[in-house]
Design a protein around this ligand. Structure first.
Ligand code: FUC
Length: 797
């Protein structure tokens, strides 16, 4: 990624981070700015938001929903269920480190880049005939941000360094080499800010002098300067703020400053590349690639620039490695990069799609370690949400609604039509099982099983019988942030997504219990619940119904496509085992349209990949890679989504889920493993004629590398980490290398990680016209594998 101008606004600056600390770097020759974040710096402090009046209203709300008085149900939900005071805290800003350079106004030969292979920001420029260079990276092993300033002529580095920040309490120069800023997070919704931070910049110069100028440091005539930035807070965990931020901050610095720059650099690159290098992706290049990244985004819809897709894909992996590291906080709505103390949607965790989307690439893009902070957050929510379940609904188990934050709030936020969705825990819990399908690790499964079980226990108590079919349904609830056609409120019972989520939750929990040989009697109860969930329904327009009633409007272009959760990320809808649902899902998606908010388009790339339509998936990538004015940060809920010059996804405003969603979708176009086999190039667009991708991970622990030419698979390399049958579906016939024959697949796949789900047959409206599902020819093979062995498959001669 490179540019020929410095960033003038935030959406042009480039992100670096190590999962805990991060910066947006602007690269202005005269006035460098590093806008700093730390992942635990949130407003307020440990707090809860359960409305304890819940039980006073629950029965009436349910009564009004079943009797079609949605207005009344909505009013009572807001009164008895919505949080009274706390709607979530805000992820906030540490401040800026500013470097003002002397005599740099008239520079030439400007260049700015973010090297995704090494996770290093670099800018170079000339003043007169002196060349200057700045390199910036965030070290994970050393927990500091490192800046290196060099120039071609000794003695030509002169600048002033200072900190500023809206939430600062003190700024001072501790000595002629060390700046310090301390601060406290903001008070929000009546909870006083309790997160304290300490940040320090250590300026190490060779040649020249340094001096304190009030609370700044002045560097004069240096040959080379290294600046180490350390940040720490008093955060220990979501209940505890007792760490000593000053000690932590100075310890990181003390340890880093004992190491020479090349050592810091080397360990940074090694730690980053351990993850990044697992996947290589090549779609070829084109003349379009010689332009700056912002120009390429601008030209993308009118030129052929396949390399921009592979770069955007790797940028998604870069962002996940940089914003989500074991032991830290999960990536929030903006990952870890936020420049405002009152950010959009508080930059918190929206768990009715956005947080889950952040982690869609984790396993399949071979970044399983990056998934860990989310798994940890789910464990914490299961503790916090247990009290919510008791206090609000008198139920066992745990529940979370549509948002959470660093304090792991689980109540209903905002207002009922958005927040009254007791399914956040059910969706997040899918990640617990999903991870197991990739790693096959029973010890891991055992560690998360109590969370799955407790999630089921909540619904065991909370589900009620719906009067018409006697199905068990969730009520009150919504289909995230969408209102049925003609209804006065979004509130309803038994929405399609809720039913699909519960189908998955109970199915997976029962499977886990069996594998772990636990809870036989309880899982028998769970099975009875499973049997009484509503089936999916196909409505009068041939669409997959979003609600229990046939209330969809074919002109509804809401950004959420919640009822297609069953298509992606779940695997309840398959062209092979449920073609009618497959067709109905496609009809629903066509009704929803393409262009939307950033994350919605990212989701649709995954949908079209699952619908095996590579050209339509590519169309959505084009829609998403539409350049959005970096100054435009106003909320948009319809069209207007796209990509900022710095490759960040524009909802608008910036929201990182779109980046991760699209990275996931591109993977789904090339490789899928949810439908009984490993499907190679299931949705390859006609345009991506030649290419290769290596190191992707599938269910059952296989690493897959694919090379294709003229849209045909040439070579597949499979590394088997768990052994077992490897069933593969390919668009053309293949053989084992060394002239060995592959066996055509027969019967069910013996590999349990690939077991297909059996959903109930859908109910289909008498007015629905379904379209036939025609599929391209594919070839299906079985390859028995052994742990640790590598297998090479090649195009059949
Ligand atoms: C949900 C979405 C919005 C936005 C917000 C953070 O409310 O409906 O589009 O992504 O989360």
């Amino acid at each position: 990624m490179w540019y020929d101008k410095p960033a003038t606004v935030w959406n042009e600056a480039l992100p670096i981070g190590n999962g805990r600390i991060a910066a947006m770097v602007f690269g202005d020759p005269a006035k460098e700015k590093l806008q700093l974040n730390e992942s635990s710096f949130w407003s307020g402090g440990p707090s809860r938001n359960d409305n304890s009046d819940g039980l006073k209203g629950l029965d009436s709300i349910r009564y009004y929903i079943f009797n079609g008085n949605y207005t009344r149900a909505n009013m009572l939900s807001n009164k008895f269920l919505t949080a009274k005071q706390l709607h979530g805290s805000m992820f906030q800003v540490i401040g800026n480190l500013n470097l003002a350079f002397d005599g740099t106004e008239n520079y030439t030969d400007y260049y700015r880049e973010l090297d995704l292979e090494k996770a290093i920001f670099t800018t170079t420029y000339k003043v007169g005939n002196i060349s200057y260079k700045r390199e910036v990276f965030t070290s994970q092993p050393d927990q500091v941000i490192v800046v290196k300033l060099t120039s071609s002529k000794p003695g030509s580095l002169s600048f002033t360094a200072n900190f500023d920040g809206e939430l600062q309490k003190s700024i001072q120069a501790l000595d002629a080499h060390t700046l310090e800023m301390t601060g406290l997070s903001g008070t929000h919704e009546g909870v006083s800010g309790q997160v304290k931070f300490d940040t320090r910049a250590k300026i190490i110069n060779s040649g020249g002098t340094t001096a304190v100028e009030s609370n700044k440091i002045r560097v004069s005539n240096a040959n080379e300067v290294i600046i180490l930035i350390s940040i720490a807070t008093n955060f220990v965990d979501y209940k505890t703020l007792t760490a000593n931020e000053v000690e932590k901050c100075s310890n990181y610095l003390a340890s880093a400053q004992t190491k020479p720059y090349p050592t810091l650099l080397k360990s940074h690159i090694a730690a980053y590349q351990k993850y990044f290098k697992r996947v290589n992706f090549d779609l070829g290049t084109s003349p379009a690639a010689k332009f700056t990244t912002d120009a390429r985004i601008k030209n993308f819809s009118t030129t052929s620039d396949p390399e921009l897709v592979s770069m955007y894909y790797q940028f998604g992996r870069y962002l996940l490695i940089s914003s989500s590291q074991p032991g830290g906080q999960p990536a929030n709505l903006q990952g870890i990069w936020n420049g405002s103390n009152n950010p959009a949607w508080d930059s918190k965790y929206t768990i009715n799609i956005n947080t889950e989307m952040n982690y869609w690439p984790a396993e399949k893009c071979n970044l399983t370690e990056m998934h860990e902070p989310l798994i940890q957050m789910i464990k914490e929510l299961s503790e916090s949400g247990k009290e919510t379940a008791k206090v609000m609904y008198g139920s066992n188990g745990w529940v979370a609604h549509h948002n959470t934050d660093i304090w792991r709030i689980c109540g209903v936020v905002d207002f009922a039509d958005a927040g009254m969705w007791p399914m956040g825990g059910a969706w997040l819990s899918q990640h617990l099982w999903e991870k197991y399908l990739y790693n096959g690790d029973l010890k891991y499964l055992e560690s998360v099983y109590p969370v799955l079980k407790s999630a089921c226990q909540f619904y065991k108590d909370f589900l009620i019988e719906e009067p018409e079919h006697k199905w068990l349904v969730v009520s009150p609830s919504i289909s995230p942030e969408n209102t049925p056609f003609g209804h006065s409120s979004a509130l309803s019972a038994g929405t399609t997504m809720d039913n699909q989520l519960l189908f998955d939750l109970f199915t997976k929990t029962i499977k886990a219990a069996r594998l772990l040989k636990q809870d036989e009697a309880l899982t028998a109860d769970f099975q009875k619940i499973l049997d009484r969930l509503p089936p999916m329904q196909v409505g009068r327009f041939g669409q997959l119904q979003e609600w229990l009633g046939d209330w969809d409007n074919p002109n509804d272009q809401n950004r959420h496509v919640s009822h297609l959760y069953g298509l992606y990320p779940s695997n309840q809808i398959s062209p092979y085992t449920s073609p009618k649902l497959f067709d109905a899902a496609r009809t629903s998606l066509i009704h929803r349209g393409d262009v939307s908010t950033g994350w919605s388009m990212g989701w649709k790339v995954n949908f079209w990949a699952r619908l095996l339509d590579g050209n339509h998936a590519q169309k959505l990538i084009k829609d998403q890679l539409t350049l959005v004015n970096p100054v435009n940060s106003r909320f948009g809920y319809g069209s207007g989504g796209g990509t900022y010059p710095n490759f960040f996804d524009a909802h608008p405003p910036f929201q990182i889920d779109g980046n991760f969603g699209c990275t996931s979708g591109i993977t789904e176009m090339l490789l899928q493993s949810q439908d009984g086999a490993i499907n190679i190039l299931p949705a390859l667009p006609d345009d991506w004629k030649n290419g290769s991708i290596s190191g992707l991970r599938t269910y059952g622990g296989f690493d897959i590398s694919i090379t294709w030419e003229n849209n045909q698979v040439q070579k597949i390399i499979i590394i088997s980490h768990l052994g077992g049958n490897c069933r593969i579906r390919v668009p053309n016939e293949i053989d084992l290398s060394g002239n060995k024959k592959l066996i055509p697949a027969s019967g069910d796949n013996s590999n349990a990680f690939f077991a297909q789900v059996k959903v109930k047959d859908p109910l289909i409206s008498a007015s629905a016209n379904l379209n036939p599902v025609t599929l391209k020819q594919t070839f299906l093979y079985d390859l028995p594998t052994e742990i640790g062995k590598v297998y090479t498959l090649i195009h059949k001669k």
